[in-house]
Design a protein around this ligand. Structure first.
Ligand SMILES: O=C(O)c1cc(=O)[nH]c(=O)n1[C@@H]1O[C@H](COP(=O)(O)O)[C@@H](O)[C@H]1O
Length: 302
């Protein structure tokens, strides 16, 4: 089944548009996982990351549509971390969750082909086995095309950075050129690349990233890219709330997944959960945070 249709199925089956961001950080791991690890042992930290993320996946499976492992935190550990990333992707795959690997990759076309080949394709279809990958558009259309070609071959997907959630993104993305902003131009390109590729769900493999921190632009981008799944980061820890993301969805409640990383995976550290759960019951805190987010995003259409 095509990526966009698999994502639609995952949203429908779980009844959730939540994406759990897997962004492990050494100093915030629950005590039971962190204690006793040698500071200078990437191998031990990598094993801790695998344990932490697979336990989160166990809590999330069947209750959310997807997970988004953030490659940066795994790469921070060096080679051992990248092996952990591979294990986490494979485990999420086995537990039936759609995987969006957050690598924000891209390069000239011939190198982009290698990135696409490496990441795109679930299970054994690629080396990393990811359903989808975040991708930067700033090398232009010829850099995106290899990703789109591999999406076509392996029923995978990409999420192209359009309007990022960070405060400084506007420096380049909001710049006017030929009567439109740069991010509007990127959206136009995505809509065009996706036009011929719609699956049964009405969506295609070329998705977009638009931050929850820019609600007005998010609503505009929904209209500008009617066949693209939108990955919406910036919910929770960065300040985005349900009201900010409600216009990202189509009438059937599809078309967008909303990511939250810190607020879910480190929920045991949030003041409102710390007393009730704390480090000892961190998995229960994750579960409560997933419930809370699913509830906040249940606009009634799914
Ligand atoms: O591509 C992304 O996921 C992304 C794009 C963006 O514009 N903003 C953004 O925060 N992200 C990622 O989404 C996650 C947000 O984490 P939290 O702020 O902890 O929920 C991080 O992994 C970011 O790298």
């Amino acid at each position: 089944m095509k990526f966009a249709d698999r994502l639609a199925q995952a949203v429908r089956q779980s009844g959730s548009v939540t994406c759990v961001g897997l962004d492990p950080r050494r100093d915030q791991l629950p005590a039971g996982i962190r204690d006793g690890i040698r500071q200078d042992s990437p191998d031990q930290w990598a094993a801790a990351y695998t344990q932490f993320c697979t336990e989160i996946i166990d809590v999330a499976a069947g209750r959310v549509a997807c997970v988004k492992p953030q490659a940066a935190f795994f790469e921070q550990l060096g080679p051992a971390g990248t092996i952990a990333l591979g294990e986490v992707i494979a485990y999420a795959n086995r537990r039936g969750l759609i995987v969006i690997t957050d690598g924000k990759r891209n390069d000239i076309g011939s190198t982009a082909t290698a990135y696409a080949d490496a990441y795109l394709g679930a299970g054994n279809a690629s080396a990393w086995g990811s359903d989808s990958l975040t991708v930067s558009p700033y090398l232009g259309e010829d850099s995106l095309q290899p990703f789109v070609d591999v999406c076509d071959q392996r029923d995978a997907g990409i999420f192209v950075l359009v309007k990022t959630s960070n405060p400084g993104g506007g420096l380049l993305q909001d710049r006017q050129t030929d009567g439109q902003t740069v991010y509007q131009r990127v959206a136009e390109l995505i809509a065009q690349m996706n036009a011929e590729r719609r699956g049964d769900s009405g969506y295609g493999p070329v998705g977009a990233v638009v931050g929850a921190t820019y609600p007005e632009q998010l609503a505009q981008m929904r209209a500008a890219m009617p066949t693209s799944w939108i990955l919406v980061p910036g919910f929770g820890a960065q300040g985005g709330a349900a009201d900010d993301v409600k216009h990202a969805f189509d009438d059937a409640g599809l078309g967008a997944v909303v990511n939250s990383s810190r607020h879910i995976i480190f929920a045991h550290r949030r003041p409102e959960f710390a007393d009730k759960f704390g480090d000892a019951k961190w998995q229960d805190a994750v579960s409560a945070a997933i419930d809370e987010m699913n509830q906040a995003l249940s606009f009634g259409s799914l």
